[in-house]
Ligand binder design. Structure first.
Ligand code: OAD
Length: 251
């Protein structure tokens, strides 16, 4: 990653920003070996389209299949580690007065990297809830049943993630909208900017005068609207940006 891809103007914006928002998508975890949502699924799950599995209908139709798919993803994520892009965001958060991290990812890698003030728009794979009463369930008695049943009401257990066609938590969305409405600088990193309401958040920021940066190897529907486009991988661009903005004091 050569430094000249990052404009000095952006470095100055980041150095002087008071409130930064970073919106991340699956591309942020790609270099940790976690396939993006639109990557082809691998191995056993190759024949399934995620958009067919991550839905309430799929769970109603075949709860075992959906539960097993999330078990496979949990195991995949457990083997993954935060990559330099996740770690650069931790450093950025330590340097700017205020940084809110809004993620569409459910893999928990931002938490494992050490980021704080994280808004999980689409939930988290590591959490389980009752499909009937919505309670989070930390543990349940050993069982052969797949999915297991809620120890409180007997309903089926499911991952605490947002499926296609399901609403986001109003509280979470309000926190995200509040953050983008008050920030000076928004980074959209590793997201195809296709899924709303997440994809509309950068436009909320634009409306109130924030500067917009996109980090992605490809163009997205957001690209024509941003002030800075950095084409490339998050795991390469973010560390370079942080080093350029806050050069490590020579030891
Ligand atoms: P996608 O799979 O739609 O998009 C991943 C984006 O990351 C693409 O634009 C890639 O070009 C980009 N990308 C790939 N490798 C990258 C890298 N190394 N560095 C930076 N960018 C990279 O994933 P999302 O945009 O996150 O929602 O998908 C948004 C939502 O769609 C997901 O949260 C999921 C799905 O519906 C739910 O599950 C509710």
């Amino acid at each position: 990653m050569n430094d000249n891809v990052i404009p000095a103007e952006l470095v100055e914006e980041l150095r002087t920003a008071q409130r930064v928002v970073v919106l991340t998508g699956a591309g942020t975890s790609a270099e940790s070996g976690v396939p993006t949502f639109r990557d082809a699924q691998t191995g056993l799950w190759a024949r399934y389209d995620p958009t067919e599995l991550a839905t309430p209908e799929a769970f109603r139709r075949n709860p075992r299949l959906v539960w097993e798919w999330y078990t496979w993803r949990r195991e995949l994520v457990a083997k993954a580690a935060p990559n330099p892009g996740h770690l650069a965001l931790v450093q950025m958060q330590a340097r700017v007065p205020e940084l809110t991290l809004i993620t569409q990812n459910i893999d928990g890698l931002h938490q494992r990297a050490g980021s704080q003030q994280i808004i999980e728009l689409h939930g988290n794979l590591a959490r389980t809830k009752c499909a009937d009463n919505g309670y989070l369930v930390e543990s349940w008695p050993p069982t052969e049943e797949v999915p297991p049943h809620c120890p409180r009401c007997g309903g089926l257990l499911r991952p605490d993630v947002v499926w296609f066609g399901e609403p986001l938590s109003k509280k979470t969305l309000l926190q995200a909208i509040t953050a983008v409405r008050q920030c000076d600088l928004v980074f959209s990193v590793g997201t195809s900017s296709l899924v709303h309401p997440a994809a509309s958040l950068p436009f909320e920021a634009l409306e109130q005068g924030a500067k917009l940066v996109e980090i992605n190897p490809d163009e997205t529907p957001l690209t024509p609207h941003v002030h800075f486009v950095l084409y490339g991988k998050a795991g390469e661009i973010l560390p370079t940006l942080v080093d350029l903005t806050w050069p490590q004091q020579k030891r």
